[in-house]
Write a protein that binds this ligand. Structure first.
Ligand SMILES: Cc1cc2nc3c(=O)[nH]c(=O)nc-3n(C[C@H](O)[C@H](O)[C@H](O)COP(=O)(O)OP(=O)(O)OC[C@H]3O[C@@H](n4cnc5c(N)ncnc54)[C@H](O)[C@@H]3O)c2cc1C
Length: 459
């Protein structure tokens, strides 16, 4: 039996549910198909549980530093990993339930649980059911990539999903991959009491950031006792009496690190390999991301791809913005484009890194005349008062147009303070506009106009 709809949404991640809300409100009969957990990666195995764990790790860290603030804790700091895990589980479960309840109560929406596969450009099979619609929206997200590294099949490797099931602290966690996901887990588990080694094949951590940002993050982690091995050219795995041994380097240093657990955090891959895209004629790129245009339409009329699976963003806010673009173009007669988006994101180590726009390296490559200003957090009153003075604020501007090109705030409150710059860039305001502002004291944000006042030519 064929079930006709006006639209089908595949995936209840960060774009699909809101899109279903707009489409049904516009009077369409919509089917939403979810194969696993409502809320997708962010809610279940990404942002929400990890940031909840980061908060527990911060509490442990601050408790250990209590004496520095004149606060006496007369017993050793204990870690109740079961309680920590349960806190994260509850935060995820509540969000998941809220999304599912909202969707199931949505007028005009049919929620179907199961794995969706295309059977043609307007038809989707879910188990025994064949659904048809003139509009199909793919929001299938991605998963941890497990590349075919030597020996990877001979040991148990954890991913961002399976590590969340641990309810005890590993003796020695080896994190393979020195980028955003790996570093968040590395620092939190160190704070929970594990010995932690980060292994990165490149010459530095978080390679897409400027070198000064990379170095400062490495120093922050090293100061907490996290071992960092970069330039690990020949990473391989083998069983070991302790659990697992990871080969690190063919040329220098200890050639192998033994640990009790290993987390593989070396990238993500889109969930497009088992979606029947070939039957619909939808094109993907060499890495499996669905090819889309500026309006997130695929090469097949009537099919769009939103969120991580289109390779145009890798964040919850970019997935959500994809929904806003598609909905506005389809329902409001707008002409929004994905390239109008100013990229911003945060790395939730502590202190966090807030980022927007270009890095200094990227800006230099554009050949523009640049102005750059940098201020260490040791010269930010709020950071001094909190005794959290690691990191710096850096802002990059175009010397000719006076537009801000990008910024990095690595420091206490950096994930929030960066929005002072995010908002300016989105408003298209030039940097002198902010010189008249009267920011609130004492905050990290209050230094943004001061930093802008110190912009100097570079390059
Ligand atoms: C450890 C970790 C931490 C993160 N932290 C942050 C953060 O702090 N901030 C941030 O912005 N981003 C963060 N992210 C990234 C963020 O989680 C993703 O960018 C976001 O979830 C992408 O949303 P999406 O809607 O594209 O896909 P997803 O959220 O992955 O949702 C896709 C949904 O589609 C379903 N699905 C897939 N295939 C099918 C099919 N064939 N049939 C039916 N259903 C299907 C899946 O089950 C899933 O529910 C993190 C990611 C990880 C892994």
């Amino acid at each position: 039996m064929i079930r006709p709809f006006d639209a089908i949404v595949i995936g209840a991640g960060q774009a699909g549910p809101s899109l279903a809300g707009r489409l049904t409100a516009a009077g369409m009969k919509v089917a939403l198909v979810e194969r696993k957990l409502f809320g997708g990666t962010c809610v279940n195995t990404g942002c929400m549980p990890t940031k909840t764990l980061v908060a527990s790790a911060y509490a442990a860290h601050l408790a250990r530093r209590a004496a520095e603030y004149g606060v006496a804790i007369d017993a050793p700091i204990g870690i109740d990993m079961k309680r920590i895990k349960s806190r994260a589980d509850i935060v995820s479960a509540n969000a998941r339930t809220n999304i599912e309840t909202w969707l199931r109560g949505m007028d005009g929406l049919t929620v179907i649980e199961g794995h969706a596969r295309f059977e043609g450009p307007d038809s989707i099979r879910v188990g025994d059911e064949l659904l048809k619609a003139p509009r199909i929206f793919i929001n299938v997200g991605g998963r941890a990539s497990i590349p075919d590294m030597p020996g990877v099949g001979t040991v148990e490797v954890l991913t961002n999903t399976s590590i969340l099931k641990l309810d005890s602290v590993p003796r020695h966690l080896i994190v393979v991959g020195g980028s955003y996901i790996g570093l968040e887990f590395a620092q939190m588990y160190r704070r929970f009491g594990a010995q932690v080694t980060v292994i990165e094949k490149g010459p530095r951590l978080i390679a897409r950031e400027d070198e000064d940002v990379s170095e400062a993050v490495r120093d922050i982690l090293a100061a907490e006792g996290i071992a960092v091995r970069t330039n690990a050219a020949c990473i391989g795995f083998k069983p070991h009496a302790e659990g697992v041994a990871v080969d690190v380097d063919c040329t220098s240093g200890e050639p192998s690190v033994a640990g009790s657990h290993v987390l593989l955090a070396v990238g993500r891959r889109p969930n497009t390999d088992d979606l029947g895209l070939d039957k619909a004629g939808v094109k993907v790129d060499a890495r499996g991301y669905v090819a889309v245009d500026e309006a997130l339409a695929t090469n097949v009329p009537g099919i769009w791809a939103l969120g991580d699976c289109n390779g145009r963003g890798a964040f919850t806010h970019t997935a959500y913005n994809d929904y806003e673009i598609v909905a506005a173009n389809l329902l409001d007669g707008a002409a929004r484009r994905v390239s109008d988006r100013i990229p911003g994101y945060a790395l939730y180590v502590d202190p966090p890194l807030g980022r927007v726009g270009m890095s200094e390296t990227e800006a230099l490559k554009t050949g523009r005349k640049l102005l750059v200003s940098k201020r260490p957090m040791t010269r930010v009153g709020r950071a001094i008062e909190k005794d959290e003075t690691k990191g710096f604020i850096k802002i990059i501007a175009d010397a000719d147009t006076k537009q801000i090109l990008g910024a990095a705030i690595l420091g206490t409150g950096g994930d929030e303070a960066i929005h002072g710059v995010v908002n300016m860039m989105n408003a298209g305001a030039d940097y002198p506009t902010l010189q008249w502002a009267v920011p609130i004291h004492p905050t990290v944000s209050e230094l943004i106009p001061t930093v802008l006042g110190d912009l100097k030519p570079v390059g």
